[in-house]
Design a protein around this ligand. Structure first.
Ligand code: DNO
Length: 360
Protein backbone atom coordinates (compact mmCIF):
# COMPACT_ATOMS: atom_id res chain seq x y z
CA UNK A 1 0.00 0.00 0.00
CA UNK A 2 1.38 3.37 -0.94
CA UNK A 3 0.23 5.35 2.07
CA UNK A 4 0.33 9.12 2.09
CA UNK A 5 -0.77 11.75 4.60
CA UNK A 6 -2.34 15.12 3.87
CA UNK A 7 -0.18 18.00 5.07
CA UNK A 8 -0.93 21.71 4.76
CA UNK A 9 2.62 23.05 4.72
CA UNK A 10 5.02 24.50 7.27
CA UNK A 11 3.09 27.76 7.63
CA UNK A 12 -0.38 26.35 8.00
CA UNK A 13 -0.29 22.93 9.66
CA UNK A 14 0.05 22.19 13.36
CA UNK A 15 1.59 18.84 12.41
CA UNK A 16 5.27 18.61 11.44
CA UNK A 17 6.90 16.43 8.80
CA UNK A 18 8.98 14.99 11.61
CA UNK A 19 5.80 13.71 13.25
CA UNK A 20 4.39 12.42 9.99
CA UNK A 21 7.45 10.37 9.14
CA UNK A 22 7.10 8.44 12.41
CA UNK A 23 3.72 6.99 11.44
CA UNK A 24 4.25 3.28 10.72
CA UNK A 25 4.09 2.46 7.03
CA UNK A 26 3.99 6.04 5.77
CA UNK A 27 5.45 6.78 2.33
CA UNK A 28 4.78 10.39 1.60
CA UNK A 29 2.64 13.47 1.90
CA UNK A 30 -0.11 14.96 -0.19
CA UNK A 31 -0.02 18.71 -0.25
CA UNK A 32 -0.43 21.82 -2.40
CA UNK A 33 0.85 25.36 -2.94
CA UNK A 34 -1.95 26.84 -0.89
CA UNK A 35 -0.72 30.41 -1.32
CA UNK A 36 -1.21 30.46 -5.10
CA UNK A 37 -4.63 31.90 -5.99
CA UNK A 38 -6.94 29.50 -7.84
CA UNK A 39 -6.40 29.82 -11.60
CA UNK A 40 -2.78 30.97 -11.55
CA UNK A 41 0.20 28.94 -12.76
CA UNK A 42 2.12 27.19 -9.98
CA UNK A 43 5.72 28.40 -10.37
CA UNK A 44 8.29 25.65 -10.83
CA UNK A 45 10.64 27.14 -8.22
CA UNK A 46 7.94 27.12 -5.53
CA UNK A 47 7.01 23.54 -6.35
CA UNK A 48 10.67 22.48 -6.18
CA UNK A 49 11.08 24.14 -2.83
CA UNK A 50 8.05 22.35 -1.41
CA UNK A 51 9.24 19.04 -2.83
CA UNK A 52 12.70 19.50 -1.29
CA UNK A 53 11.19 20.34 2.10
CA UNK A 54 9.12 17.14 1.99
CA UNK A 55 11.88 14.92 0.58
CA UNK A 56 14.27 16.07 3.34
CA UNK A 57 12.16 13.92 5.69
CA UNK A 58 12.35 10.88 3.40
CA UNK A 59 8.74 11.40 2.41
CA UNK A 60 7.60 11.25 -1.20
CA UNK A 61 5.98 14.17 -3.00
CA UNK A 62 4.02 12.56 -5.80
CA UNK A 63 0.40 13.53 -5.22
CA UNK A 64 -1.12 17.00 -5.19
CA UNK A 65 -4.44 17.69 -3.49
CA UNK A 66 -5.72 19.87 -4.98
CA UNK A 67 -5.00 21.99 -8.01
CA UNK A 68 -8.36 23.70 -7.75
CA UNK A 69 -10.39 24.64 -10.79
CA UNK A 70 -11.25 28.27 -11.43
CA UNK A 71 -15.00 28.95 -11.33
CA UNK A 72 -14.88 30.37 -14.89
CA UNK A 73 -13.98 26.86 -16.11
CA UNK A 74 -16.86 25.30 -14.19
CA UNK A 75 -19.19 28.01 -15.44
CA UNK A 76 -17.98 27.65 -19.02
CA UNK A 77 -17.24 31.38 -19.42
CA UNK A 78 -15.26 32.68 -22.38
CA UNK A 79 -12.37 33.45 -20.02
CA UNK A 80 -12.00 29.76 -19.23
CA UNK A 81 -9.42 29.10 -21.96
CA UNK A 82 -6.89 31.34 -20.27
CA UNK A 83 -7.33 29.43 -16.99
CA UNK A 84 -7.12 26.10 -18.78
CA UNK A 85 -3.81 27.19 -20.34
CA UNK A 86 -2.56 28.04 -16.85
CA UNK A 87 -3.70 24.65 -15.62
CA UNK A 88 -1.70 22.98 -18.39
CA UNK A 89 1.42 24.90 -17.35
CA UNK A 90 0.89 23.79 -13.77
CA UNK A 91 0.60 20.16 -14.90
CA UNK A 92 3.87 20.49 -16.82
CA UNK A 93 5.65 22.09 -13.87
CA UNK A 94 4.40 19.43 -11.48
CA UNK A 95 5.57 16.68 -13.82
CA UNK A 96 9.07 18.17 -13.82
CA UNK A 97 9.48 17.33 -10.14
CA UNK A 98 7.96 13.86 -10.42
CA UNK A 99 4.34 14.47 -9.40
CA UNK A 100 2.23 11.55 -10.64
CA UNK A 101 -1.33 12.35 -9.56
CA UNK A 102 -3.40 15.52 -9.27
CA UNK A 103 -6.57 15.40 -7.19
CA UNK A 104 -9.20 18.03 -8.01
CA UNK A 105 -12.94 18.48 -7.83
CA UNK A 106 -15.64 20.05 -9.97
CA UNK A 107 -18.07 21.25 -7.30
CA UNK A 108 -19.64 24.68 -7.91
CA UNK A 109 -18.71 27.41 -5.38
CA UNK A 110 -18.38 25.15 -2.36
CA UNK A 111 -16.05 22.26 -1.81
CA UNK A 112 -16.96 19.77 0.94
CA UNK A 113 -19.74 20.79 3.33
CA UNK A 114 -20.49 19.99 6.97
CA UNK A 115 -23.03 21.63 9.24
CA UNK A 116 -20.80 21.29 12.31
CA UNK A 117 -17.04 20.95 12.49
CA UNK A 118 -16.48 20.22 16.17
CA UNK A 119 -19.32 18.04 17.36
CA UNK A 120 -18.56 16.33 20.69
CA UNK A 121 -19.01 12.55 20.76
CA UNK A 122 -19.84 10.57 23.91
CA UNK A 123 -16.22 9.52 24.40
CA UNK A 124 -15.05 13.14 24.59
CA UNK A 125 -13.61 13.29 21.07
CA UNK A 126 -14.82 15.83 18.51
CA UNK A 127 -15.83 15.24 14.95
CA UNK A 128 -17.49 16.70 11.87
CA UNK A 129 -21.21 16.37 11.37
CA UNK A 130 -23.64 16.81 8.49
CA UNK A 131 -27.40 17.16 8.85
CA UNK A 132 -29.29 17.78 5.63
CA UNK A 133 -32.39 19.14 7.34
CA UNK A 134 -30.28 21.68 9.16
CA UNK A 135 -28.56 22.70 5.94
CA UNK A 136 -31.90 23.25 4.24
CA UNK A 137 -32.80 25.79 6.91
CA UNK A 138 -29.74 28.00 6.52
CA UNK A 139 -28.49 30.40 3.87
CA UNK A 140 -25.17 29.97 2.06
CA UNK A 141 -23.89 33.01 3.97
CA UNK A 142 -24.71 31.36 7.30
CA UNK A 143 -23.04 28.15 6.17
CA UNK A 144 -19.84 30.05 5.36
CA UNK A 145 -20.00 31.82 8.71
CA UNK A 146 -20.43 28.49 10.54
CA UNK A 147 -17.67 26.73 8.60
CA UNK A 148 -15.16 29.53 9.05
CA UNK A 149 -15.95 30.08 12.71
CA UNK A 150 -15.63 26.35 13.41
CA UNK A 151 -12.26 26.09 11.72
CA UNK A 152 -10.22 26.63 14.90
CA UNK A 153 -8.29 29.43 13.20
CA UNK A 154 -7.04 27.26 10.33
CA UNK A 155 -7.82 27.63 6.65
CA UNK A 156 -10.21 25.00 5.32
CA UNK A 157 -9.27 23.21 2.10
CA UNK A 158 -11.40 24.42 -0.80
CA UNK A 159 -12.88 27.28 1.25
CA UNK A 160 -10.82 30.13 -0.17
CA UNK A 161 -12.14 33.40 1.33
CA UNK A 162 -11.42 35.38 -1.90
CA UNK A 163 -13.97 33.30 -3.79
CA UNK A 164 -16.52 33.20 -1.03
CA UNK A 165 -16.58 37.01 -0.87
CA UNK A 166 -18.15 36.96 -4.33
CA UNK A 167 -21.01 34.73 -3.28
CA UNK A 168 -23.88 36.74 -4.70
CA UNK A 169 -22.20 37.17 -8.05
CA UNK A 170 -21.35 33.46 -8.19
CA UNK A 171 -24.86 32.30 -7.38
CA UNK A 172 -26.18 34.56 -10.15
CA UNK A 173 -23.64 33.14 -12.58
CA UNK A 174 -24.70 29.59 -11.74
CA UNK A 175 -28.40 30.37 -12.13
CA UNK A 176 -28.50 28.90 -15.64
CA UNK A 177 -25.91 26.15 -15.12
CA UNK A 178 -27.65 22.83 -14.68
CA UNK A 179 -26.12 19.38 -14.43
CA UNK A 180 -25.84 18.98 -18.19
CA UNK A 181 -24.02 22.28 -18.61
CA UNK A 182 -21.70 21.60 -15.71
CA UNK A 183 -20.91 18.16 -17.08
CA UNK A 184 -20.20 19.58 -20.55
CA UNK A 185 -17.90 22.15 -18.97
CA UNK A 186 -16.03 19.35 -17.20
CA UNK A 187 -15.68 17.44 -20.47
CA UNK A 188 -14.44 20.57 -22.25
CA UNK A 189 -11.79 21.02 -19.55
CA UNK A 190 -10.73 17.36 -19.65
CA UNK A 191 -10.52 17.26 -23.44
CA UNK A 192 -8.03 20.10 -23.27
CA UNK A 193 -5.85 18.89 -20.44
CA UNK A 194 -5.79 15.10 -20.79
CA UNK A 195 -3.48 15.14 -23.85
CA UNK A 196 -1.02 17.20 -21.77
CA UNK A 197 -1.37 14.72 -18.89
CA UNK A 198 -0.63 11.86 -21.28
CA UNK A 199 2.43 13.58 -22.63
CA UNK A 200 3.76 14.52 -19.19
CA UNK A 201 2.63 11.37 -17.38
CA UNK A 202 0.47 13.03 -14.73
CA UNK A 203 -2.84 11.38 -13.86
CA UNK A 204 -5.94 13.38 -13.01
CA UNK A 205 -8.08 12.03 -10.17
CA UNK A 206 -11.42 13.76 -9.71
CA UNK A 207 -12.76 13.86 -6.17
CA UNK A 208 -16.46 12.97 -5.77
CA UNK A 209 -18.89 15.61 -4.59
CA UNK A 210 -19.12 15.80 -0.83
CA UNK A 211 -21.89 15.21 0.07
CA UNK A 212 -22.99 13.59 -3.19
CA UNK A 213 -26.16 15.58 -3.85
CA UNK A 214 -27.23 19.03 -4.90
CA UNK A 215 -27.05 21.82 -2.31
CA UNK A 216 -28.55 25.31 -2.48
CA UNK A 217 -29.80 24.27 -5.93
CA UNK A 218 -26.26 24.10 -7.27
CA UNK A 219 -25.62 21.15 -9.57
CA UNK A 220 -23.43 18.25 -8.44
CA UNK A 221 -22.31 15.71 -11.03
CA UNK A 222 -19.81 13.25 -9.49
CA UNK A 223 -22.07 11.47 -7.08
CA UNK A 224 -22.63 7.81 -8.03
CA UNK A 225 -21.38 4.84 -10.01
CA UNK A 226 -23.37 5.91 -13.06
CA UNK A 227 -22.21 9.52 -13.03
CA UNK A 228 -18.58 8.52 -12.48
CA UNK A 229 -18.74 6.04 -15.34
CA UNK A 230 -20.20 8.71 -17.59
CA UNK A 231 -17.29 11.02 -16.73
CA UNK A 232 -14.66 8.32 -17.29
CA UNK A 233 -16.16 7.33 -20.63
CA UNK A 234 -16.52 10.90 -21.87
CA UNK A 235 -12.73 11.20 -22.04
CA UNK A 236 -11.62 7.63 -22.22
CA UNK A 237 -7.99 7.75 -21.14
CA UNK A 238 -6.35 6.17 -18.10
CA UNK A 239 -5.11 9.70 -17.32
CA UNK A 240 -8.71 10.70 -16.69
CA UNK A 241 -9.26 8.96 -13.36
CA UNK A 242 -10.81 9.05 -9.95
CA UNK A 243 -10.08 9.75 -6.30
CA UNK A 244 -12.16 7.06 -4.65
CA UNK A 245 -13.36 8.82 -1.50
CA UNK A 246 -15.31 6.45 0.74
CA UNK A 247 -16.67 9.17 3.00
CA UNK A 248 -18.02 11.30 0.16
CA UNK A 249 -19.60 8.48 -1.84
CA UNK A 250 -20.61 6.60 1.31
CA UNK A 251 -22.89 9.44 2.44
CA UNK A 252 -25.40 8.08 -0.05
CA UNK A 253 -26.33 4.63 1.22
CA UNK A 254 -27.18 3.52 -2.32
CA UNK A 255 -23.53 3.78 -3.34
CA UNK A 256 -21.93 0.35 -3.19
CA UNK A 257 -18.29 1.30 -2.66
CA UNK A 258 -16.61 -2.15 -2.91
CA UNK A 259 -18.49 -2.65 -6.20
CA UNK A 260 -17.26 0.69 -7.52
CA UNK A 261 -13.70 -0.16 -6.50
CA UNK A 262 -13.83 -3.43 -8.41
CA UNK A 263 -15.38 -1.82 -11.47
CA UNK A 264 -13.32 1.36 -11.78
CA UNK A 265 -10.21 -0.32 -10.38
CA UNK A 266 -10.25 -3.08 -12.97
CA UNK A 267 -10.44 -0.33 -15.62
CA UNK A 268 -7.24 1.12 -14.13
CA UNK A 269 -8.96 4.39 -13.33
CA UNK A 270 -8.58 4.75 -9.54
CA UNK A 271 -5.37 6.65 -8.90
CA UNK A 272 -5.94 7.79 -5.35
CA UNK A 273 -8.09 6.53 -2.48
CA UNK A 274 -9.38 8.45 0.55
CA UNK A 275 -10.52 6.08 3.25
CA UNK A 276 -12.72 7.12 6.14
CA UNK A 277 -15.84 5.92 7.88
CA UNK A 278 -19.05 7.67 8.80
CA UNK A 279 -21.96 6.85 11.03
CA UNK A 280 -25.52 7.56 9.95
CA UNK A 281 -27.83 8.89 12.62
CA UNK A 282 -30.68 9.51 10.17
CA UNK A 283 -31.22 9.83 6.43
CA UNK A 284 -28.62 12.25 5.03
CA UNK A 285 -27.41 12.86 8.56
CA UNK A 286 -24.09 11.48 9.70
CA UNK A 287 -20.97 12.11 11.69
CA UNK A 288 -17.45 11.07 10.83
CA UNK A 289 -16.46 8.15 13.04
CA UNK A 290 -13.10 6.46 13.57
CA UNK A 291 -11.94 4.31 10.65
CA UNK A 292 -12.97 1.05 12.37
CA UNK A 293 -15.86 -0.77 10.66
CA UNK A 294 -17.64 -1.36 13.95
CA UNK A 295 -17.64 2.36 14.80
CA UNK A 296 -19.26 3.52 11.58
CA UNK A 297 -21.75 2.53 8.92
CA UNK A 298 -19.25 1.57 6.21
CA UNK A 299 -17.55 -1.81 6.18
CA UNK A 300 -13.93 -0.74 5.89
CA UNK A 301 -12.78 -4.37 5.76
CA UNK A 302 -14.84 -4.90 2.59
CA UNK A 303 -13.47 -1.67 1.12
CA UNK A 304 -9.84 -2.62 1.80
CA UNK A 305 -10.48 -6.16 0.58
CA UNK A 306 -11.82 -4.80 -2.72
CA UNK A 307 -8.68 -2.66 -3.08
CA UNK A 308 -6.55 -5.70 -2.28
CA UNK A 309 -8.43 -7.87 -4.77
CA UNK A 310 -7.82 -5.43 -7.61
CA UNK A 311 -4.14 -5.23 -6.53
CA UNK A 312 -4.49 -1.50 -6.01
CA UNK A 313 -1.17 0.22 -6.69
CA UNK A 314 -2.33 3.83 -6.40
CA UNK A 315 -1.90 6.20 -3.49
CA UNK A 316 -4.07 5.85 -0.43
CA UNK A 317 -4.58 8.16 2.50
CA UNK A 318 -6.60 8.07 5.67
CA UNK A 319 -9.20 10.76 5.26
CA UNK A 320 -10.65 12.88 8.01
CA UNK A 321 -10.17 11.81 11.58
CA UNK A 322 -11.73 12.89 14.85
CA UNK A 323 -9.94 15.18 17.27
CA UNK A 324 -8.80 12.95 20.12
CA UNK A 325 -6.52 13.16 23.16
CA UNK A 326 -7.09 16.91 23.44
CA UNK A 327 -5.51 17.72 20.08
CA UNK A 328 -6.35 21.14 18.67
CA UNK A 329 -5.98 21.59 14.93
CA UNK A 330 -7.69 21.88 11.58
CA UNK A 331 -11.01 20.01 11.84
CA UNK A 332 -10.74 16.58 10.25
CA UNK A 333 -6.98 16.83 9.94
CA UNK A 334 -5.52 15.99 13.31
CA UNK A 335 -2.49 13.76 13.70
CA UNK A 336 -3.63 11.07 16.11
CA UNK A 337 -6.87 9.72 14.70
CA UNK A 338 -5.56 9.77 11.15
CA UNK A 339 -2.43 7.92 12.28
CA UNK A 340 -4.66 5.35 13.99
CA UNK A 341 -6.57 5.11 10.72
CA UNK A 342 -3.34 4.26 8.89
CA UNK A 343 -2.49 1.60 11.42
CA UNK A 344 -5.93 0.06 11.00
CA UNK A 345 -5.60 0.09 7.19
CA UNK A 346 -2.14 -1.49 7.46
CA UNK A 347 -3.52 -4.16 9.77
CA UNK A 348 -6.35 -5.02 7.42
CA UNK A 349 -3.99 -5.13 4.44
CA UNK A 350 -1.51 -7.42 6.18
CA UNK A 351 -4.24 -9.75 7.41
CA UNK A 352 -5.84 -9.97 3.97
CA UNK A 353 -2.44 -10.63 2.31
CA UNK A 354 -1.50 -13.36 4.76
CA UNK A 355 -4.91 -15.03 4.68
CA UNK A 356 -4.66 -15.19 0.89
CA UNK A 357 -1.22 -16.80 1.20
CA UNK A 358 -2.50 -19.34 3.71
CA UNK A 359 -5.45 -20.22 1.50
CA UNK A 360 -3.36 -20.75 -1.62
C1 DNO B 1 -11.92 17.94 2.48
C2 DNO B 1 -11.39 17.34 1.26
C3 DNO B 1 -11.69 18.12 0.02
C4 DNO B 1 -10.90 17.57 -1.14
C5 DNO B 1 -11.20 18.27 -2.44
C6 DNO B 1 -10.46 17.63 -3.58
O1 DNO B 1 -11.48 17.69 3.53
O2 DNO B 1 -11.81 16.03 1.13
O3 DNO B 1 -11.39 19.46 0.20
O4 DNO B 1 -9.55 17.73 -0.89
O5 DNO B 1 -12.55 18.27 -2.71
O6 DNO B 1 -10.35 18.54 -4.62
Amino acid sequence: MNIVFRWFGEQDDHISLDEIRQIPGINGVVTALYQIPVGEVWPLEDIKQLKNTVNAYDLSFEVIESVNIHEDIKLGLSTRDEYIENYKETIKNLSKVGVKVICYNFMPIFDWIRTELNMPLDDGSETMFYAHRQLQKITPEKLIEDMLSGSQGFSLPGWEPERLKELEKLFKAYADVDETKLFNNLVYFLEQIIPVCEEYDVKMAIHPDDPPWSLFELPRIITSETSIMRMLKAVDSEYNGLTLCTGSLGANINNDIPKMIRRFGSMGRIHFAHIRNLKFVDDRTFYESSHRSEDGSLDVFEIVKALHDIEFKGYIRPDHGRMIWGEKGRPGYGLYDRALGITYLNGLWEAISKMKELNK
